[in-house]
Design a protein. Structure first.
Length: 223
């Protein structure tokens, strides 16, 4: 589950965030999904491990996913070591179900755990895909690095190892955030995916952040 895909950044979304901050105080939210208030159930050979009465039952309330404020659906549970297959079913039946890549009636998702692990499943009803966010160790989490660090009380300039401006995914929706008070002025920085310069750093040229007045800014980043 440590594929390189989780380290790719949506540069355009982050750049739009930076451009908007020139207006002053800013709080930026990810685009909501098109999810409707539907019953979404995680089904598979893991249902009984998650408190269900059996397996592959689209009507089992024990593995219904809870809709979040951002419109996505989430279910978190602890699974023992083993190999698992699953998909999602809508409104308690197999009439509408989605597998790999959000394909209607598609192949089952599959994964293997080497040890007992708490796993979070996220379903997006606009793409019909299920993702399983992986909690990164602090040493690999994205962080803001640049001449802005002292202004954020986040270490010395351009020092990944000192940066405490670490983006977090506290609700396990695969969107990392960091909120800070940014003073008026021009600031430059990169996003480094680790605590040293051997880690990937984006973009090639620095982000330039012009703040017209002191502003509380929330940075959003989606790997």
């Amino acid at each position: 589950m440590k594929g390189k895909s989780r380290k790719l950044i949506s540069y355009l979304a982050l750049l739009m965030l930076i451009v908007q901050t020139i207006a002053g105080t800013a709080l930026f939210h990810p685009s909501p999904t098109k999810a409707e208030g539907r019953v979404v159930t995680l089904v598979g050979n893991l249902q009984d491990e998650l408190g269900g009465s059996g397996e592959w039952n689209p009507a089992d309330p024990a593995t219904q996913m809870k809709q979040q404020e951002n419109g996505k659906y989430k279910l978190t549970g602890t699974l023992p070591a083993g190999s698992y297959e699953y998909k999602v079913a809508i409104n308690g039946s197999w009439d509408e179900n989605y597998g790999v890549d959000g394909t209607p009636g598609g192949d089952n998702y599959k994964f293997t755990l080497d040890k007992e692990t708490q796993v979070t499943f996220i379903y997006d009803d606009s793409t019909h895909r299920v993702t399983v966010p992986i909690e990164l160790p602090d040493s690999e989490k994205p962080r803001i690095v640049g001449d802005i660090q002292p202004e954020l009380n986040a270490g010395g300039e351009w020092s990944p190892s000192e940066s405490t401006a670490i983006l977090q995914d506290e609700d396990h929706d695969n969107v990392y955030t960091y909120t800070a008070q940014v003073p008026k002025g021009k600031h430059e920085f990169k996003v480094v995916l680790g605590d040293n310069w051997s880690a990937p750093a984006y973009p090639e040229n620095n982000f330039v952040l012009n703040v017209l007045k002191d502003a509380t800014v929330t940075f959003f980043l989606q790997p």
